[in-house]
Design a protein around this ligand. Structure first.
Ligand code: UD1
Length: 426
């Protein structure tokens, strides 16, 4: 893999910005590419991915694969991933603790090698993220697990297809089961699976590798196959567009006004979001090249509730809360996925936002103006939301710990500056 890029400075400075104009290229989806990289472990040979975002979580996943003995070559939005016949099947703590998505190597390693050792992920800034559903589901396929010294070790003889009922449509558990069941003996049915667009991307990728995965009504049906091989394509498998990055730019247009083409954005992946934003006063139209958003004047408040897809994504909530801080009226925001995911609200309050939280609800009373202040990015999306808030605040907003933002955004500062935003990195 290429040497890591020089460390960027850690503060983004955003100033009050007028209408945004122009177009922005939406990158490949973080929440898809990391899982596709893990799926490569299922087959020996050279895999090729295209439309890979240049973000630090991809670098971390490269490091994780390399720690297992995989060779990764990264060039201009592409990855060549050479998976050898034998691998070291351990995922070490120093990598797993920096990126929770690394837990998705569990399924493919068990399926192909019958063993896996993955450090137990800790909590993160929006609370604990358990993996009990992942483990129970993999046990239903025949795996057994033990924990010692902070690692979870799994072994499996031959995995066998089973009916798996997820009590909650967990994205990570659905991905782990999919990637284990593709090489199990017989049919697996997942009842109540997650149905995010990134799950669809993983299904396509696995099928192009020789798997047999599809929908059977509202369940996922996986017929195990003995052999899988890298996707045959000269151009590489193209990762879908990042709907959360798209949501970030929609929020920026909502806060600043203007008209921006989100090139490559897929309207069908954000129906619930665009409906809500339309209710708040944005004009959003699908275009052959992507999605165009136009806004002018103050937004109106709306009530918002996060739900598993096709509901409003929990990752979009910081952007909605931010937009509500300057909208006219009062909006009630309810978080149903991660109960603790409200920590950035204290930062928005420092900028003059009027937000009251109670349990998993936030009541946001729109103010005429926000006031720029030094704040801290607590995680990827909340960090980006604070940057967007800074564009609509008087004076300057310094967002510290911007490295969180780099985990999921390719050049957020450059892209916003390209639309006319008063933004820089120091
Ligand atoms: C979640 C989001 C996903 C988002 C990602 C990154 C949902 C449903 N999932 O995916 O859209 O992109 O975070 O922010 O919106 N849970 C358990 N036990 C488990 C697994 C999960 O109790 O074994 C609970 C979690 O605590 C959480 C819920 O299930 O309350 C959803 O978790 P899950 O979908 O698995 O999370 P991620 O895969 O991280």
């Amino acid at each position: 893999m290429d040497a890591a890029a020089p460390a960027q400075s850690d503060t983004i400075v955003a100033g009050r910005t007028g209408a945004l104009e122009g177009e922005v290229q939406i990158a490949g989806a973080k929440n898809s590419v990391l899982k596709l990289m893990a799926a490569c472990l299922l087959a020996e040979g050279r895999h090729s991915l295209a439309n890979v975002p240049d973000i630090s979580d991809v670098s971390l996943m490269c490091e994780l694969l390399e720690a297992m003995g995989v060779t990764v070559t990264r060039t201009d939005h592409r990855l060549a991933i050479d998976v050898p016949a034998e691998l070291n099947t351990s995922a070490p703590y120093h990598l797993v603790e920096r990126m929770r998505a690394s837990i998705v190597v569990l399924g493919p390693l068990l399926a192909r090698f019958g063993e896996a050792r993955v450090a137990l992920p800790g909590g993160d800034d929006f609370g604990p993220r358990p993996i009990d559903m992942h483990l129970r589901a993999l046990e239903s396929l025949g795996a057994t697990f033990s924990t010692a010294h902070g690692d979870i070790s799994g072994t499996a003889g031959v995995l066998s297809g089973a009916e798996i009922v997820l009590e909650y449509p967990s994205v990570g558990a659905t991905e782990n089961v999919l990637m284990a069941a593709v090489r199990a003996k017989g049919r697996t049915l997942i009842v109540n699976p997650a149905r995010e667009p990134e799950i669809g991307d993983l299904m396509n990728f696995l099928n192009q590798m020789g798997a047999q995965v599809g929908w059977a009504g509202d369940r996922l049906a996986i017929d195990g196959v003995e052999h899988m091989s890298p996707v045959r394509s000269d151009d590489g498998y193209r990762v879908i567009a990042d709907r959360i990055e798209a949501a970030t730019f929609l929020a920026a247009v909502g806060m600043c006004g203007g008209s921006v083409l989100l090139r490559g954005a897929v309207a069908d992946h954000m129906t619930m979001l665009t409906r809500k934003l339309t209710e708040m006063g944005l004009h959003i139209v699908e275009d052959a090249a992507g999605v165009r958003a136009t806004a002018g004047g103050r937004l109106s408040s709306a009530d918002v509730s996060t739900l598993p897809y096709p509901g409003l994504a929990t990752d979009c909530k910081p952007f909605l809360v931010t937009m509500l801080t300057t909208a006219s009226g009062v909006g009630i925001v309810t978080e149903n996925i991660f109960m603790g995911r409200f920590r950035y609200i204290d930062e928005l309050r420092r900028m003059g936002a009027d937000i009251r939280t109670e349990g998993h609800h936030a009541v946001v009373r729109g103010a005429e103006r926000l006031s720029g202040a030094p704040v801290r990015a607590p995680d990827i999306r909340a960090g980006a939301a604070l940057v967007v808030a800074g564009l609509a605040a008087d004076g300057e907003t310094e967002v510290a710990d911007a490295a969180h933002i780099d985990r999921g955004y390719e050049d957020l500062v450059g892209k916003l500056a390209g639309l006319g935003a008063a933004i820089s990195r120091h």
